[in-house]
Design a protein around this ligand. Sequence first.
Ligand code: SF4
Length: 319
Amino acid sequence: MPEAAAAAAPKKFALQQYKTEVHVDWCPGCGDFGILSSIQQALFQLQIPPYRVAMISGIGCSGKTPHYIDTYGLHTLHGRALPVATGAKLANNQLTVVAVGGDGDGYGIGAGYFVNSGRRNVDMTYIVFNNGVYGLTKGQASPTLAKGLKTKSMPEASIQEGVNPIALALGAGYTWIGRGYALDVKTLVSLMVQAINHKGTSFLDVFQTCPVYNDLRTKEWYAGEDIGRARIRKLDADPEWDPVVKDPTSIDEIVEKKGLALRASYETGDSLAVGVFYSIALPTYDEQLAVKVPALKDHPLVDLPLYQRDVAPLFAELA
Ligand code: SF4
């Protein structure tokens, strides 16, 4: 459902129905709160029945997210949120699947999965809580911390270059690429609604503050208190900005749009672009699979007879 229509439509499910009663144990002031709230609000706005959503996470502070959202959820292994999410979607294509994780989880331990998920284009969403550190293990430098930076948790400045997640996603083939900021919930909800609505793998990198270990990328830094203007620049504030590929068969247009997105992704320091960087409509992996296995068109894999076998004898044999 388009974003404006979703916001205006009558609501069957209350926002509260997307929240659990599990105590949220992130540190006070953590940017994760803004991301959690945005996911809940996006699901509420889209009115996706909670029993039709699967939240899949890796390891890290962000890995706890599925515990706080009252849908199906799985807290998996380090870096493995994407392959598990892929399996969940292929097993039940009627689910809205959202994978979440941190920058260390997704761009470090799970980097191989990050690349291969981009080229597969399974219809699901991947949200990365990007704070530049491994918060759960006391603030070591993560793959997105820029070279030369030294947070208070590090003995020395980083001597490695930081990865550019948007550039990586463009190269990997993600069909919807965006970036938000954890403390701008209104914009973040809008980006999440667009990401979840997108048919194919949507990837949303989110600048997230970690007030405990990253004392460089603070909310004051993002607000640009030292330079007198906000560092966050909204791409859609430029009336010329158009990230959508109109003709997916045109290599020229694809290269042009990717080039503009790449340039925007390399804005660093005093200007950080957020918004939709790139979007293209391409056949999803699930759709292509359904062509090869027509039974999947009308029924999710979990409903096919394969899964209705009596597995008791197998369990007995293994007992
Ligand atoms: Fe948030 Fe950082 Fe605390 Fe983790 S360590 S919960 S990322 S503030």
